[in-house]
Design a binder for this molecule. Structure first.
Ligand code: ATP
Ligand code: MG
Length: 427
């Protein structure tokens, strides 16, 4: 049987959504890559009772290892070490070696920051971080907090608990050392590769996909398939399977390709952003945008990728009518005649981006993001998009996006990327 692990993410800021959890998903993916099955990711706040209850449940759930993140800091609300020690039945003991390490790091930090702190307070904080459960091991700090490997008390059965810091950079920096420690390596010895493959469709409703899945029936048994309808109407199909089910997966992927040849835009899992970037690079083409309701979100999205300077030359944010004319050469008379939110103006904006920035492709986006400003014939969520490419290649769309202002703007950006792909692939 494959080794299994559970993850416990701590922190009231994560529980309440003030900070989006980056540790649970990261550890889940790392464990999959290492061939370890992940049983659960649990989030609890910084409350001792909740932390204790969750730890008792997870250590008693039959998993081989429990990982925790967060709560290793010097302040009183950081209580993970204390509660893990209690649940594992291993009292905390001051470790002079760890104290020396932490004190040296803190002294160096304070010196570089030019801080002159109360030595007594600093010492109390570093002493708290130097408490190690008897029989446990400390992992060298990446920031200031050491991690901990805490086996269950002798004579009791249960998995070790690996205590890692909350800041993602620190947790990730400690990860390899945690997995390499003899106790963890032994607990996770039974590994089996889990393959993961992704297909992306755009324009196929979930119900049609469901019909194909039903038709394939038992042939899908060796695969764990999850489908997810994502923003912009993208249908993401993720399959997880053991290596000996590769043939079953290949059959499944082929069946999807045959059933949805027009909408399967990513047979290899690449995102729309990946595909647009690859197409622009392969064609040695450049792109620029003129954006009204998205006000630079598309250009920003394209620039999220390292290396985007190869193809993104610039973007015009033209929120007002005057800006559309002044920056993108949209004739004021055209705006007066058909309105700023119109197919004609979107086309003129795309042409303006191309001309002003001298690019191969230009994108124009104009719409009503809301929540106010809608009229009966131009409702909130209405967006006109236009992509102009080389050799007269064009693509125009009128869309009405449901949802909030953020949904409308994000939906428009996604649709624009799909349209850019279509123009590039039509070449
Ligand atoms: P510190 O010494 O900084 O207190 P810590 O190990 O006690 O470290 P936390 O106090 O729980 O960690 O978290 C410190 C910061 O790290 C949080 O304010 C948050 O910004 C970030 N952080 C913690 N947990 C997560 C998480 N699961 N996902 C993303 N960020 C996190
Ligand atoms: Mg915390």
């Amino acid at each position: 049987v494959t080794a299994r692990a559970a993850v416990l993410v701590t922190g009231t800021e994560v529980l309440t959504g003030r900070v989006a959890d980056r540790n649970g998903p990261w550890m889940a993916e790392q464990l999959r890559v290492h061939g370890v099955d992940i049983a659960s990711v649990t989030v609890v706040g910084d409350r001792p009772d909740d932390l204790r209850t969750a730890l008792r449940v997870l250590t008693g759930s039959g998993v081989d290892v429990v990982f925790t993140s967060g709560g290793l800091g010097p302040t009183a609300d950081d209580l993970t070490a204390e509660i893990v020690a209690e649940v594992q039945g291993r009292p905390l003991r001051f470790d002079p070696g760890v104290h020396e390490t932490v004190a040296a790091i803190v002294a160096r930090l304070n010196a570089t920051r030019g801080w002159h702190l109360d030595p007594a307070a600093t010492d109390a904080a570093t002493r708290k971080q130097a408490m190690v459960p008897v029989g446990g091991t400390a992992l060298a700090p990446v920031g200031t907090a050491p991690g901990l490997i805490v086996p269950v008390a002798e004579g009791r059965a249960g998995p070790p608990v690996i205590v890692l810091p909350g800041p993602p950079r620190e947790l990730q920096g400690m990860w390899d050392a945690a997995l390499a420690s003899p106790l963890v390596a032994a607990a996770l010895a039974n590994r089996e590769e889990v393959r993961q493959r992704t297909l992306r469709l755009w324009g196929t409703p979930e119900s049609e996909l469901a019909a194909v899945l039903r038709r394939l029936g038992r042939a899908l048994d060796p695969l764990e398939i999850t489908t997810c309808l994502r923003l912009g109407g993208e249908l993401e199909i993720v399959s997880r399977f053991p290596p000996d089910a590769q043939a079953a997966y290949d059959q499944f992927a082929a069946a999807i390709g045959e059933s949805f040849p027009a909408t399967l835009f990513s047979p290899d899992g690449r995102t729309i952003d990946d595909i647009v970037a690859d197409l622009l690079l392969a064609g040695h083409l450049t792109i620029a945008t003129t954006e009204s309701c998205t006000a630079g979100l598309l250009a920003g999205r394209i620039a999220d990728r390292p290396g985007s300077s190869e193809y993104l030359l610039g973007g015009l944010v033209t929120y007002s009518n005057e800006a559309k004319s002044a920056l993108a050469d949209v004739p004021a008379s055209l705006i007066a005649r058909v309105g700023a939110v119109s197919a004609e103006v979107a086309q003129a904006m795309a042409a303006g981006a191309r001309k002003k920035l001298g690019t191969d492709l230009g994108v124009g986006i104009t719409g009503i993001a809301g929540p106010g400003g809608g009229t009966p014939d131009k409702p909130v969520g209405l967006v006109y998009l236009h992509v102009s490419g080389p050799d007269g290649a064009e693509r125009a769309r009128r869309a009405v996006f449901p949802g909030s202002r953020a949904d409308v703007r994000a939906g428009a950006v996604y649709l624009a990327l799909q349209m850019v792909r279509q123009v590039l692939q039509a070449r």
